[in-house]
Design a protein around this ligand. Structure first.
Ligand code: NAD
Length: 445
């Protein structure tokens, strides 16, 4: 066996070193597409992007991008280089030497890991797996997914993990819209099911990325990713709780955070907001909660952070209601403009955005809602809010603002003119700390 392992390992390492390794990326979303492009741009490797969504595949083939912060020119250039192609022909999964999986890992309605995308992908790969391939899971998931779930499915082929194929986990750390870091400059953690898998996967990523951090196992790599996101979820909950406490005391939490951030050690800034959003922070921590149950342990920090963060949209709506009340208005039949649908500033990603919860709560209370988001012309159908009406971004004009009873800032996009908003809207509810100097018609929430 040793000989076979080292033979496959050596062949892959030679192909990596020689630049002839063919990389397949499964799932051309927010994670998979930049990863695929980075391998083309940085390492000049041949890359095939696989996706079940034929529309995405056609657009990539035409050199188009469907993700705002990834300009179409990057896709066009990758296509023109002849190194990149997209495909929904899964029989071609046998072609690449390395397959990197970046498919969704959401939660079910019962807040349990929804592994169907990973399972479908594993089965699709399993049906074509050939000796000598490297498979790396990138999707965020509970510890054990790679060396239990994925390994079991791939071994149903009769091929053996570590002997015939190599298997590893390497979490993605994309931060969409962050100008200081990108796929190539964010250090990448890699943990294999076997030491050979770690070595080969790390060598592959090193071709394209600035820094690769090898860890002892796929489980350590899986737990690392969850730890990072749990850290964020818990700290965001903490500042959200402080926001509520300080507001009662007449203290502006943003002033406090600005001041606390001057401490050069032992403090890391997190900002409060109207609730959690995005694919990662609201969901990933519960992957650990679920797995922990199998071991008879509870994850109280995670549950508490979830509770505090989930309560935020209601808190913001209550603040808005208080603001209207002071002006003698009920929420019912009030005209409210929600500013921002994306879950954070300067991106076009509305997934799990608290804006939808805010809108849904306001509609429940009888408000008339309009929305403006410079990056999302029309909101796509949202799985968690199936009953919302179609939300189309309206143009932000003085007349529009004057016609509102309140404007609710849910996302602090840089492309919005907040002075215009404060000048013309009768009441502004600011859940993002956009206005730092007090203004008579602005309330913080
Ligand atoms: N978006 C982020 O910033 C981010 C950051 C770190 C980690 N992650 C993790 O990375 C993973 C992918 O997230 P994403 O944001 O790229 O999701 P996404 O929804 O943007 O992309 C996933 C893609 O996979 C495709 N897909 C679904 N099933 C498939 C299948 N069986 N075969 C091939 N393609 C399939 C979908 O059509 C979609 O294009 C998730 O586990 C997520 O938690 C995301």
């Amino acid at each position: 066996m040793e000989m076979v392992v080292s033979e496959h390992k050596q062949q892959l390492l030679d192909k990596i070193a020689g630049g002839s390794i063919h990389v397949g990326v499964v799932g051309m979303g927010y994670v998979g597409l930049p990863l695929a492009l980075t391998f083309v741009e940085r390492a000049r490797l041949k890359v095939t992007g696989f996706d079940v969504d034929g529309n995405k595949v056609s657009r990539l083939q035409r050199g188009e991008s469907y993700i705002m912060h990834l300009g179409a020119e990057r896709v066009t250039r990758a296509r023109e280089s002849g190194l990149f192609e997209a495909s929904s022909d899964f029989d071609r999964l046998a072609e690449p030497d390395a397959l990197l999986i970046a498919v969704p890992t959401p939660l079910t309605a019962q807040r349990e890991p929804d592994m169907k995308y990973v399972i479908n992908t594993a089965e699709a790969i399993g049906a074509r797996l050939r000796p000598g391939q490297l498979v790396v899971l990138e999707s965020t998931t509970y510890p054990g997914t790679t060396d239990e779930l994925l390994r079991d499915i791939l071994e149903r082929t009769g091929l053996s993990c570590g002997k015939d194929f190599l298997l590893a986990f390497s979490p993605e750390r994309e931060d969409p819209g962050n100008r200081s870091f990108n796929t190539a400059t964010i250090p990448k953690v890699v943990g294999g099911v076997s030491p050979e898998a770690t070595t080969v996967a790390a060598a592959l990523y090193r071709r394209a990325l600035d820094r690769v951090v090898e860890v002892p196992s796929s489980r350590v790599a899986e737990a690392t990713k969850l730890t990072e996101n749990i850290f964020r979820a818990v700290n965001i909950a903490l500042v959200n709780e402080l926001k509520v406490v300080y507001e009662r005391m007449g203290i502006d939490v943003w002033d406090v955070l600005d001041a606390a951030s001057s401490k050069p050690f032992g403090f890391m800034r997190f900002n409060p907001g109207p609730g959690l959003g995005g694919h990662c922070i609201p969901l990933d921590p519960f992957y650990l909660t679920w797995k922990a149950r199998e071991f008879g342990v509870s994850t109280r920090f995670i549950e508490l952070a979830g509770e505090v963060n989930v309560a935020m949209p209601r808190y913001v709506v209550d603040r808005l209601q208080e603001g209207l009340n002071l002006r003698g208005k009920p929420v019912k039949d009030s005209r409210i403009l929600v500013l921002g649908l994306a879950y954070k500033k300067d991106i076009d990603d509305p997934r799990e955005s608290p804006s939808f919860e805010l809108i849904s709560l306001l509609l429940e209370r009888g408000a008339q809602i309009q929305v403006h988001d410079p990056h999302i012309p029309t909101a796509p159908a949202m799985r968690s809010w199936p009953n919302l009406p179609e939300l189309r971004s309206v143009e932000l004009t003085p007349e529009l603002l004057e016609a509102q009873d309140a404007v609710l800032i849910a996302t602090d996009h840089s492309a919005v003119d907040y002075q215009l908003v404060a000048k013309h809207a009768p009441l502004v509810v600011d859940s993002r700390g956009v206005y730092r100097t007090p203004q008579s018609n602005v309330i913080k929430a």
